[in-house]
Write a protein that binds this ligand. Structure first.
Ligand SMILES: C[S@@+](CC[C@H](N)C(=O)[O-])C[C@H]1O[C@@H](n2cnc3c(N)ncnc32)[C@H](O)[C@@H]1O
Length: 276
């Protein structure tokens, strides 16, 4: 029997607080991507971030394009179960659509901690094949609880490889949130032959003053923005077999067209790796 678990606004015991007055990274990201699911506070903060670093918009687009290529690659390698943590507000080319373009029977569990993301995902999933997609509210900072919710959804099967997608989400975890431990806990629960699709923001290519302005804007939002260096991003892949071309700015990860000027300085690293 299929299973579809979605958090419902107003569900007893679940606090409903969209906090439209507090800029939220998911809605700011939607604004960068040209979506329409944001409040004035999100737009104002996103405009400030764009004023500090106008490349945020092109970086968000490059990240979505990376996600498409990377999920397609993993599906082509035989994976048909995906766990996408930090889903984001649905936009063009969502993980289940990308995966099913290669493997029509692919099943996807989406996880996000933002109620706005969940209510939009519920609308997106209406009619997309009950029992093949689930949307869960859980927090990457509590990986054990997240895994329990995923298991409860019943879409992933023991022993069957999973494509774990952590795209543009780990940079919302401070070091004290133990992002490396969270990734290790998730990977430990997945069988050999699973893949990690990772993208992560970096300040490697911008002046420190710009980085500090952007950090200040996100410090006043619902989650901080913690850029990590190439080496720090690579450390998430410890113990995994990293696919070519390794950890690179997202436009350089297996591009389908020649990368444009400045592609090697786009502030988001991407990588795909296999669990041995
Ligand atoms: C920038 S969006 C990325 C969306 C999509 N993965 C992509 O790459 O296009 C980051 C998402 O991560 C979610 N997020 C941030 N912190 C999280 C946490 N601790 N646990 C779960 N989701 C989180 C946000 O709500 C947001 O939807």
């Amino acid at each position: 029997m299929g299973y579809e678990r979605m958090w419902e606004p107003g569900e007893p015991g679940v606090p409903v607080d969209l906090r439209p007055d507090v800029p939220h990274p998911a809605r700011m990201y939607d604004y960068y991507l040209g979506g329409k699911d944001h409040f004035p506070a999100d737009r104002a903060a996103a405009e400030k971030a764009l004023a500090a670093n106008p490349e945020f918009r092109s970086t968000a687009r490059a990240n979505r394009a990376f996600l498409t290529r990377a999920v397609r690659c993993v599906a082509a390698l035989g994976v048909d179960r995906f766990l996408d943590v930090g889903t984001g507000i649905p936009t063009a080319g969502n993980t289940h659509e990308i995966a099913r373009s290669v493997r029509p029977g692919a099943k996807v569990v989406y996880v996000d901690n933002d109620p706005v993301v969940l209510s939009h995902s519920r609308a997106l999933l209406a009619g997309t094949g009950l029992g093949r997609t689930a949307v869960l509210r859980a927090d990457l900072r509590e990986p054990a609880g997240l895994l329990a919710a995923v298991e409860d959804a019943g879409l992933l099967e023991p022993g069957r490889p999973v494509g774990l997608v952590l795209a543009a989400v780990l940079h919302f975890l401070r070091d004290e949130d133990e992002p490396y431990g969270a990734v290790a806990t998730l990977l430990d629960a997945l069988p050999s032959g699973s893949y990690l699709v990772l993208s992560h923001g970096t300040a490697d290519f911008i002046p420190a003053a710009v980085r500090d302005r952007v950090t200040g804007i996100y410090d006043r939002a619902a989650a901080p923005l913690v850029g990590r260096s190439r080496e720090e991003v690579g450390a998430f892949l410890e113990g995994l077999e990293v696919l070519d071309p390794g950890v690179v700015p997202v436009p350089l990860w297996r591009p389908e067209q020649p990368p444009g000027p400045g592609a090697d300085r786009v502030g988001m690293y991407g990588a795909v790796a296999r669990k041995p």
